[in-house]
Design a protein around this ligand. Sequence first.
Ligand code: AMP
Ligand code: ZN
Length: 109
Amino acid sequence: MNNDCIFCKIATNQLPSEKVYSDEEIIAFKDINPQAPVHILVIPKRHIISADELTKDDIELAGRMILIAQQIARQFHLDGGYRIQTNIGADGGQVVPHLHFHLLGGKKL
Ligand code: AMP
Ligand code: ZN
């Protein structure tokens, strides 16, 4: 938990969010500024800054994050395809420094 991190606060329910999935180590919630009809963020509850911080110890976590995104894509009927994207650092376009996978779909991207 990083006290200055908005996604840590969402993960601990100190900030509201529209959650679509939650388990012991991962949550998913609707993006507040959607760039597509379906725009959901999948995040670890643990404060990991970005995918660049992942280590071998996180292989299962990272794999599960992708499978959860896949499961949510099915739940939202993204049958025509979708995008899973993660931005890393300032040059990668990352604004919130807590690892998140964007799940985008519902239109031709
Ligand atoms: P990134 O640019 O990859 O760091 O993406 C950060 C994303 O977080 C953006 O798509 C924002 O719209 C989204 N976001 C920021 N604050 C919130 C929030 N409180 N609830 C939901 N999504 C948020
Ligand atoms: Zn955090």
